[in-house]
Ligand binder design. Structure first.
Ligand code: GLU
Length: 435
């Protein structure tokens, strides 16, 4: 059983873009989308703010006997289309603002993929790297109790996000089932298989990224074997994306994490690198070496002349400051919000295709949905069945978004937002708000 913090273990340091610009970007995008859809201003206003934001402060007894008080959040953006859904993040940069933006992104993500969920996000402001396993467990159980009043299988279903993993999800389920004296399997996704988790969940986000990347290549008559790829971030998302693209025959020439970047023009052996990291306690790339590999910085990786660039670390990596130096043919957003609005405009003017996060990295929540369905029905599917469903749903969403983009002469991000916002707005409209 994995006890490492592995949803994204090797995240980068905090990006330059302040969170306040992220919230402004998110609201602007909604405003532009609403204008293009000629949305009722009242419905736009409903969607501009979360339905519920919970801030919790809770104590944790540390191993040395001292007490520390932590602040956590759970923000529920829109429940119009179904129970709220979204991950839990442990990171020093977690804030109410960041959690709010990410909750809104989850609403759009679930809607683009046509999942019967609304959007939420949670997090605890902390540096999990300085905790022992026992401290991490106590923090998780306390946080779970603090947000328990608003979560549940038909209310709000948490999942892993940055620095949380299947072990954290297992503690959450156990805490909920103890206090409610009932099974809480369907209350959390991203669980271990032994605890009602789904086959294929741990690699789902990367698999989904590769599905949309391959669909993009197909739409442009490009051969995967002739396609070069650079992946920023080698945590759960970056690593599974690099591996899936490598297995699909693409040439992954550059990868990076917090410790270093690796570059090999003939392509890196991602399977061998992943295997090497499995035997390391810290899972960092710095100790890996093989003939023909040179070291590069994260900045160099982002500015490489590759076909596909997959930023799969934190938000705000490609900004107004470096967007004009991007030389990739297309960017596939593995992380949530890695390209700022300012960068988006620069990239669009330069003809760089951007597959937006709400489509590209939705593989995780797609398999979370499959996990939730399996838990509710008490009947489980094998890996091939899960992968077929993931492949089918991601490919369909890509086709829907690409079709709209071509038809209306707009970017893939604009098309994805129009699709998502119109679906959520329709649900809000049918519900009405007079009662
Ligand atoms: N944290 C992942 C995301 O941002 C997964 C969320 C989920 O499965 O609910 O999409």
């Amino acid at each position: 059983m994995s006890t490492t913090i592995d949803e994204m273990p090797n995240t980068l340091t905090r990006p330059a873009a302040p969170p306040s610009s992220a919230i402004a970007d998110a609201r602007n995008l909604l405003r532009e989308t609403a204008a293009a859809l000629e949305l009722d201003p009242g419905i736009q206003e409903i969607l501009a703010s979360p339905e519920r934001s919970l801030t919790v402060n809770f104590p944790v007894v540390m191993d040395d006997g001292s007490i520390e008080v932590f602040t956590g959040y759970r923000v529920q953006h829109s429940g119009a289309r179904g129970p709220f859904k979204g991950g839990i993040r442990y990171h020093p940069a977690v804030s109410l603002e960041e959690t709010t933006v990410l909750a809104m992104l989850m609403t759009w993500k679930c809607a683009v993929l046509d999942l019967p969920f609304g959007g939420a996000k949670g997090g605890v402001k902390c540096d999990p790297r300085r905790f022992s396993q026992a401290e991490l467990e106590r923090l998780t159980r306390r946080y779970t109790m603090a947000i328990r009043p608003i979560i549940g299988p038909h209310r709000d279903i948490p999942a892993p996000d940055i620095n949380t993993n299947q072990q954290v999800m297992a503690w959450m389920v156990d805490t909920l089932s103890q206090v409610d004296d009932a099974s809480a399997m369907a209350s959390v996704t991203g669980k271990p298989i032994a605890l009602g988790g789904s086959q294929g969940r741990s690699r789902a986000t990367g698999k989904g990224i590769s599905v949309v990347a391959l669909e993009l290549l197909r739409a442009h008559d490009r051969d995967p074997a002739q396609t070069t790829v650079a992946v920023q971030g080698f945590g759960n998302v970056g690593r599974s994306a690099a591996l899936a693209l490598f297995e699909a025959g693409c040439k992954v020439v550059a990868i990076s994490d917090i410790s270093t970047g690796l570059y090999r023009p003939e392509g890196l052996d991602i399977a061998a690198i992943a295997e090497h990291l499995d035997h390391l306690p810290n899972g960092l790339l710095e100790s890996y070496d093989a003939p023909g590999i040179s070291r590069i910085s994260n900045e160099e990786l982002l500015e490489m002349a590759v076909d596909l660039l997959v930023p799969a670390a934190l938000e705000g990596q490609i900004t107004g400051a470096n967007a004009h130096r991007v030389r990739a043919w297309a960017i596939v957003e593995g992380a949530n919000g890695p390209v700022t609005a300012e960068a988006d405009e620069i990239l669009d003017a330069a003809g760089v295709i951007v597959v937006p996060d709400i489509l590209a990295n939705a593989g995780g929540v797609v398999v979370s949905h499959l996990e939730w369905v399996q838990d509710l029905q008490g009947l489980f599917w094998d890996e091939a069945q899960v992968e077929d469903r993931l492949q089918e749903r991601m490919a369909r969403a890509f086709a829907d978004v690409a079709h709209r983009a071509t038809e209306q002469g707009i970017t893939l991000r604009q098309a994805a937002y129009r699709l998502a916002v119109s679906r959520v707005a329709e649900a809000v409209h049918w519900r009405g708000c007079t009662g």
